[in-house]
Design a protein. Structure first.
Length: 49
């Protein structure tokens, strides 16, 4: 059995109470990108060959 005690746990990372302006912009841009990607996949289908 391996010892993973040296790695951080999820509870060690605190979620920030408020997002910075940059984080808000990135979140919005990511959302818009994923929405556009979904529309393109609906239009052309998905093909990774």
């Amino acid at each position: 059995m391996r010892d993973y005690s040296h790695l951080p746990r999820a509870k060690d990372f605190k979620k920030p109470k408020k997002l910075t302006e940059l984080q808000k912009e990135l979140k919005k841009a990511t959302h818009e990108f994923l929405q556009a990607l979904e529309e393109e996949e609906e239009k052309y289908g998905t093909s990774f060959t």
